[in-house]
Ligand binder design. Structure first.
Ligand SMILES: CNc1ncnc2c1ncn2[C@@H]1O[C@H](COP(=O)(O)O)[C@@H](O)[C@H]1O
Ligand SMILES: [Zn+2]
Length: 368
């Protein structure tokens, strides 16, 4: 067991040579991770056991045991979030969940983590403000213990769930603006996520995100997880700071030449989540993932996990998968890390620090 400030974690067995060096050097960047989708099975079980109300709830018990079953569709993945939400219903549970997730990423070699989460209230127990405060306080605690050799930079994006009402969306944007004013070094942006089948994003949500952007927040959008020509076009024209997935933009994947050209011209970095896309069946195979086009055309992207708990993955596994599927060399993987640093919402000083960690790794491996 090793200690990272207030975090205690086990170094995992290395899965590949890159992962081994990753955790020793700790220089990778995770830009797309949903807090409740990232809970490990251990954390879920612990939170479940600690809550006496849940222990006697047979429905939750059976849901938990199905959490890690193989998913067959995007719809099934969304059911799994209900399980994580059922165990994070108090500020204490939210703190524990946040701490465990940061610890898991740190143990996997992540130096810079952008977590995102949807502010959630539980009647009579927790308000949305208390939820956000619990996450922010945990990030502050972890960062207070950063040192030169053991550190992780953590930022927070607040999510808007497109399935919720426009009133909820407005409330979440307001929370994000307030939290950014109070913690500008931590709360840096807003994310649009949720089941892509629902919600009138163009009419109800993009105008709110324009307000968020005006107040200085970065904006990221889950974009084109399923085909939707009009919505995707408006999202691409919105000029977000980054886009999640971007699956159905290319004409071969349910998009069109027009959408693909808009994406390429925008140069907006895509957050690429290989395992998530294949397990949700929005992409058929790893070989056919749109990452191959991004690589060919040198469009910027960041390899990410999305929901490491739901999809039983880790950032180092995603790097390994990308390397194996697309035959990437160690140097090319390092270029992926550099792209993610550039696409991140870290400050200039933080980016310089992360780049120097990457350089140290490259020198040690004789890569330049
Ligand atoms: C699989 N691809 C995806 N597409 C769209 N939204 C997703 C997602 N994965 C996760 N979420 C969003 O993140 C929430 C869980 O984390 P938080 O409670 O916010 O921490 C889900 O309820 C969903 O709204
Ligand atoms: Zn996502």
């Amino acid at each position: 067991m090793k200690c990272l400030g207030s975090l205690t974690f086990k170094f995992k067995q290395a899965v590949n040579p890159l992962a081994f060096v990753c955790y020793r050097f700790r220089f990778t960047q995770e830009l797309h991770a949903h807090l409740n989708g990232s809970l490990s099975e251990d954390t879920l079980r612990d939170l479940f056991m600690e809550n006496p109300d849940l222990k006697s709830d047979e429905r939750i018990k059976s849901l938990i045991s199905s959490f890690l079953l193989k998913s067959r569709s995007l719809e099934e993945c969304f059911k799994k979030f209900e399980i994580a939400h059922a165990v994070t219903v108090t500020p204490a549970a939210v703190k524990r969940a946040t701490k465990d997730v940061i610890s898991d990423f740190a143990a996997d070699g992540v130096a810079y983590l952008e977590l995102r989460t949807t502010p959630r209230s539980v009647p009579g127990i927790m308000s949305k403000s208390e939820y956000v405060q619990a996450v922010v306080d945990t990030i502050k605690d972890v960062q207070a213990f950063n040192s030169s050799d053991k550190f992780i930079i953590v930022k927070l994006l607040l999510s808007i769930n497109r399935q919720e009402s426009p009133i909820e969306a407005e409330e979440n944007v307001r929370k994000a603006i307030e939290a950014n004013a109070a913690y500008p070094d931590i709360v840096v942006g807003v994310d649009l996520s949720g089941n892509p089948k629902y919600g009138d994003v163009v009419r109800n949500i993009l105008p709110l995100l324009t307000e968020a952007r005006k107040s200085g927040l970065k904006v990221v959008l889950h974009c084109a997880e399923i085909p939707n020509e009009n919505e995707v076009e408006e999202m691409l024209k919105f000029n977000a700071d980054r886009l999640g997935h971007g699956t159905c933009v290319h004409p071969s994947y349910g998009g069109s030449e027009k959408l693909w050209r808009l994406l390429l011209d925008s140069k907006t970095p895509l957050e690429v989540c290989l395992t998530s896309n294949v397990k949700c069946k929005t992409v058929e195979t790893y070989e056919n993932h749109h990452l191959r086009h991004l690589l060919q055309l040198q469009h910027p992207f960041a390899i990410s996990t999305d929901d490491k708990g739901v999809f039983s993955t880790s950032l180092s596994k995603e790097f390994e998968l990308a390397a194996k599927t697309f035959n990437l060399s160690s140097l090319e993987l390092c270029n992926c890390v550099a792209m993610a640093i550039n696409a991140s919402f870290a400050s200039t000083d933080e980016k310089n620090e992360l780049m120097s960690k990457l350089s140290a790794f490259k020198i040690e491996r004789g890569l330049g």
